[in-house]
Design a protein around this ligand. Structure first.
Ligand SMILES: Nc1ncnc2c1ncn2[C@@H]1O[C@H](COP(=O)(O)OP(=O)(O)OP(=O)(O)O)[C@@H](O)[C@H]1O
Ligand SMILES: [Mg+2]
Length: 365
């Protein structure tokens, strides 16, 4: 899969940009604040409909613009598609594929598959469980684009149940209705997380062995308060049933605390290195290796599933790596269109086309 060309208008620091990246490796060089991450963020937005920096949509619209426009041509095998997206400062967005307007913007998902490598990826291993849940959920959208909708349903059901628990009048019948909705949506989220882990876990182990050059075992463990064990053969409805039971058992506590205390939003995926929780037991270097392995493994899993190689977005990752890990990452990177940013090209041990970003333009160096 490759991006043939990209045009941006009113997107972040780009008032107007037309760019034709190479189908191979693109090394994008610019000083701090030049707009390197903004460029990758635009590509990621086309593939996930969200900023990989976690920025809200309105932050993506240029300071002086009313709307942001992102357009690009994607080639996937013999097929080409023209995708267009408009983000409005006041909220709302609109998408077109091959000039046809989509009824739901979310139907754009799946046209651009990508995998990011970001300096803050270390948080996935090092910090709290929400980072690992987010990693799994975002990876799932790249594997199965429609899972975006399940996630949105679940988030909404959770917000509504929590809002209800905070009210003065909280009757049993209405709470039961919220339980049911949360359980149905949660069952889907859970089944998909189990399948996501299943899709990447074998790959993680072998990629990790390549990068680390060690035989250490790597795996996921999943702790949940409601029998949400990681079993990819359990159906969404079975997970929903388990969550319904758990919500019933937690009802008294939820009423007291006025918040939903069980469900996928409280689950704790753990990354195990040789049987120990890597969050607490792995060294900084081991954590970094594990993070890179997760990303390379997700790329392989998505590529296997769709039979195309997702675009690689590497934002300033090489400057964080010691020479050995940098070399190991380069060795394990898959064949793919690659956009890699850096402030100093000497940090990047990749052969490719060099671009320089300055004053909102991207030009050959
Ligand atoms: N909505 C926006 N409209 C206009 N400019 C913006 C907007 N959001 C961010 N910027 C500008 O974009 C610049 C940051 O761009 P970006 O994060 O891509 O830099 P970078 O090249 O990745 O830098 P670094 O090397 O520090 O990571 C900042 O100068 C910021 O002012
Ligand atoms: Mg940056």
């Amino acid at each position: 899969m490759q991006l043939d060309w990209l045009t941006l208008a009113g997107f972040r620091s780009y008032a107007q940009l037309e760019w034709q990246p190479d189908p191979g490796v693109n090394v994008i060089v610019g000083r701090n604040g030049a707009g390197k991450t903004n460029l990758l963020e635009a590509v990621g937005y086309l593939g996930s409909l969200r900023s990989f920096r976690g920025a809200p949509d309105h932050a993506l619209v240029g300071f002086d613009a009313e709307n942001a426009y992102l357009r690009g041509q994607i080639a996937s095998g013999a097929a080409q598609s023209l995708i267009e997206l408009e983000l409005r400062r006041r909220g709302g967005r609109q998408a077109r594929v091959n000039t046809q307007r989509l009824a739901r913007t979310a139907d754009l998902l799946g046209h651009v598959r990508f995998v990011t490598f970001l300096p803050e990826d270390l948080d996935i291993v090092k910090r709290g469980p929400s980072h690992r849940r987010d990693f799994l959920d975002a990876t799932a959208v790249q594997l199965w684009p429609a899972s975006h909708l399940d996630q949105a349903d679940f988030d909404r059901a959770l917000r509504q149940r929590n809002a209800f628990l905070k009210q003065y009048d909280r009757d049993e019948v209405t709470l039961g209705v919220w339980d049911e909705r949360l359980a149905q949506a949660g069952g889907k989220v859970m089944a998909r997380r189990a399948r996501t882990v299943d899709a990447i876990s074998d790959q993680v182990a072998s990629v990790h062995a390549d990068i680390a050059g060690s035989e250490a075992s790597v795996g996921f463990d999943y702790v949940s308060g409601w029998k949400g064990e990681l079993d990819p053969t359990v159906s969404p409805s079975e997970f929903a049933q388990r969550l319904t039971d758990a919500l019933g058992e937690a009802r008294k506590r939820d009423r007291e605390r006025r918040v939903t205390t069980v469900g996928p939003h409280r689950d704790e995926p753990m990354l195990m290195l040789d049987g120990h929780d890597s969050r607490y037991h792995a060294s900084q270097g081991e954590q970094r290796t594990l993070t890179l392995s997760l990303r390379v493994a997700s790329h392989r899993a998505i590529a296997d599933l769709i039979d195309r190689s997702p675009i690689l977005l590497l934002d300033d990752v090489y400057s964080e790596l010691d020479p050995e890990r940098a070399a190991a990452l380069t060795r394990s990177l898959p064949e793919a269109q690659t956009l890699v940013t850096t402030a100093d090209p000497r940090d990047v041990p990749l052969e490719g086309i060099s671009w320089s970003i300055e004053g909102g333009t991207v030009e050959h160096r």
